[in-house]
Design a protein around this ligand. Structure first.
Ligand code: ATP
Ligand code: MG
Length: 389
């Protein structure tokens, strides 16, 4: 029996002249993500991507992985049949047999993209419905709220039979919207930010700041595991790890404690901008949500933004923690995020950070020490590694 995964384009279908580029990026990403599961052939026709497995492919695994690749609005797992009604009927009875035996009501829904097929869609519904009732007389037909829908799609080269769409990843293919650098902490919010921006087609690299010995190796490994968890969505991702201890010690020793956090965050962004520029990444991304903590008040965000002249995307800016947690559970990063390891942001944090910093005061305080040199040094000492799917 030949099964296939059909992916129905969402936004891609609405693209104009460059639609083909989006489709190619989508198929390239699918090929990459499914590589370890087995061999697949891909082609695209009339806003549908066909993902045909070779022999011995674990289809459950393939469907699970495919559901995380951005670009499709819906997907289904379908039986491939010949474009002949007798074959379609026999295959439908076999492929949907178990579900038909268990259901109480059903309907057949037919679509005919190939108008040369000798039967119309209503003909297919009536004929196939009759065959199903013959074999499963306990069933009733319910066209409004059937328990089971047997879909038949007659397309260019084959007919496809399936029992409904599965949730697809949505979004547009990673790599079609430029490249960004995500500030990835070990927390809940930034992995969700990565997911959200990748969904909009951004190819994401990650940067993480560590402060040994105040932060442990295990804390860093936790963040690498978060990165790994994200690879089905992001693809392979480059991970930059910045040694941040000297900067934090200098901040502790030389700037007023209530400005520690804000200037630290400015240093983080400045390093991120340098790494981004060196690697042709066009925007920075953070997991900040306005009002969540002292460093994320409007005033604090204004002061941090001013440190760089590159766009900073904050996809979770308007979300509640509960909404962010919901996504982090769905993408399965939550359990790692809540492991209790220290983050450099919590090293030396003052008891009373300024929630309404004024930019002039912040810029004055920054002049109290040669932070620019430390920023250069930390950038130069940054370690790079590729985290693969
Ligand atoms: P998260 O849950 O993402 O850790 P948070 O609510 O704990 O966020 P903060 O610790 O203030 O908030 O961090 C805000 C943002 O700053 C994070 O979402 C992340 O983008 C970035 N960030 C914080 N700590 C680090 C770090 N050690 N390395 C890289 N980025 C960081
Ligand atoms: Mg954090």
């Amino acid at each position: 029996m030949k099964e296939i995964i059909l992916l129905k384009e969402g936004e891609i279908a609405l693209k104009g002249l460059n639609k083909r580029n989006f489709e190619e990026a989508f198929m390239r990403n699918l090929r990459h993500r499914l590589k370890s599961i087995g061999h697949f052939d891909f082609h695209c026709d009339q806003s549908m991507v066909y993902c045909e497995p070779g022999d011995d492919v674990d289809m459950d695994e393939a469907v699970e992985m495919t559901s995380k690749v951005f670009g499709a609005a819906a997907m289904c797992r379908a039986r491939v049949s010949e474009k002949d009604f007798e074959c379609i009927a026999a295959d439908a009875l076999e492929y949907c047999g178990k579900q038909l035996a268990q259901a109480h009501s059903f309907k057949v829904a037919a679509k005919r993209a190939d108008k040369t097929f000798p039967m119309t869609s209503p003909d297919i519904c009536i004929e196939l419905g009759g065959r199903i009732l013959e074999k499963y007389p306990h069933l009733t037909v319910d066209v409004k709220h059937p328990e089971l829908t047997v879909n038949v799609e007659v397309r260019e080269t084959n007919a496809y039979i399936h029992t409904g769409n599965l949730p697809a990843a949505g979004g547009i293919p990673v790599g079609t919207s430029g490249r960004g650098l995500l500030l990835l902490s070990g927390g809940i919010d930034s992995p969700v930010a990565a997911y959200m921006m990748a969904k909009r087609g951004i190819d994401i690299s990650c940067i993480h700041y560590v402060s040994p010995p105040y932060t442990s190796d295990r804390a860093r490994l936790k963040v690498e595991r978060l990165c790994e968890k994200l690879t089905p969505y992001l693809g392979d991702t480059t991970f930059y790890c910045v040694p941040f201890t000297k900067i934090q010690e200098a901040l502790r020793d030389h700037v007023p404690s209530e400005l520690f956090t804000i200037i630290m965050r400015r240093c983080m962004l400045k390093i991120a901008q340098k790494i981004a520029e060196q690697n042709n990444l066009q925007a920075l991304i953070t997991g900040e949500s306005v009002g969540q903590v002292a460093s994320q008040t409007m005033g604090a965000i204004v002061c941090t933004d001013n440190a760089v002249d590159m766009p900073v995307f904050r996809p979770v800016i308007g979300m509640d923690k509960t909404e962010i947690i919901e996504i982090s559970r769905r993408i399965d990063t939550f359990d790692i995020s809540i492991e209790p390891y220290e983050d450099c942001c919590t090293v030396f944090t003052p008891k009373h950070p300024k929630t309404r910093p004024n930019l002039k005061g912040v810029l004055e305080a920054e002049k109290l020490y040669d932070f620019e040199t430390l920023i250069e040094e930390a950038t130069a000492a940054t370690e790079v590694k590729v985290i693969k799917l």
